[in-house]
Design a protein around this ligand. Structure first.
Ligand code: GUN
Length: 299
């Protein structure tokens, strides 16, 4: 039997629709227009495409978006001074510095310089610390999207065996914290985990955030499990274009799993929708206006 496909594209479109309605309401009732600043340093091709989508979809949702492009040669000091200006700008409620930064930059120093109230990536230690303590935080967008997708399959995650592969600050660690907050039994696996296949076979819910194309095989999956594939790996295709594949060997895994996210069209669209959600949440918190409860998942 083939697994149910979790349609991230449709779920993200639905979320963006809710966000656009909320943005219109904020503007009408409170004169508040959420503003998102997106900073791209250098010209990493995949990052350029992500950044364009983020700005476009912010506009479509009725927000302001402020694009800042710096050449890779700009240097740490110029980037830090841009962050300081964005921190002070009352029209900006969310700041996202696209990662990875070019060589020669210190990403931790950059992230630590962002006002935690505007840290819509949820990467500042203040926000990751709040999350780890089960307190309201701005939560990293990709794991937030993964949770919404997991909850589209499971009304409750309480008591489920969840395995997260990958321990990055951007995905694995916050995903594990969010799952724990939902009362799942969480295992964090990583490159040094022994017998990863056996660990994965325990999972009712498997989140793969490794960055290795097709690494999770069909015989790693417990029959009926839910599989969330965070991987976005670009492989050269015969026609000269890139083909995007996940961290999961989709054709094998879909025959064993109960539900699975496709790549593309699964987690990817959720990341941007959650960025917009975090920007609305940040704007409401900064302005002291009630937050969007109906779609709130940000802590
Ligand atoms: N690069 C890949 N994913 C992300 C993300 O969620 N946020 C930022 N800032 N950079 C990224």
């Amino acid at each position: 039997m083939s697994a149910t496909l979790i349609d991230g594209k449709a779920i993200a479109a639905d979320l963006r629709g809710n966000i656009a309605r909320r943005v219109a309401d904020l503007s009408e009732r409170h004169g508040l227009v959420p503003g998102l600043a997106v900073v791209l340093v250098g010209n990493h091709p995949a990052s350029e495409s992500y950044v364009r989508s983020k700005s476009n979809l912010a506009h479509v949702a009725g927000m302001r978006s402020f694009d800042h492009r710096l050449p890779a040669s700009a240097g740490q000091a110029e980037l830090m001074s841009l962050i300081a200006r964005l921190n002070d700008d009352p029209a900006v409620h969310g700041i996202l510095v696209q990662l990875p930064l070019p060589d020669g930059y210190d990403p931790d120093a950059v992230i630590n310089a962002i006002d935690p109230r505007k840290d819509v990536d949820g990467l500042h230690p203040f926000n990751s610390g709040l999350l780890a303590n089960g307190l309201p935080a701005l939560v990293a967008c990709t794991p937030l999207g993964c949770m919404i997708l997991a909850k589209s399959v499971h009304a409750s995650l309480a008591g489920l065996e969840a395995v997260v592969i990958g321990r990055s600050k951007l995905v694995g660690k916050p995903a594990a914290q969010l799952l724990l907050a939902e009362n799942a039994t969480v295992t964090m696996a990583h490159s040094k985990t022994r017998d990863l296949a056996a660990v994965c076979r325990r999972a009712d819910l498997l989140v793969a955030a490794i960055g290795r194309p097709g690494m999770v095989r069909g015989d790693w999956i417990k029959p009926g499990a839910t599989v969330i594939d965070v991987g976005i790996n670009r492989l050269p295709a015969e026609d000269g274009k890139n083909r995007i594949v996940g961290d999961v060997a989709f054709a094998e895994v879909r025959d064993v799993a109960g539900a699975i996210t496709p790549v593309p069209g699964g987690v990817g669209p959720m990341t941007i929708a959650c960025l917009l959600l975090n920007t609305v949440t940040a704007a409401c918190r900064i302005a002291g206006v009630p937050e969007p409860q109906c779609m709130s998942s940000a802590g």
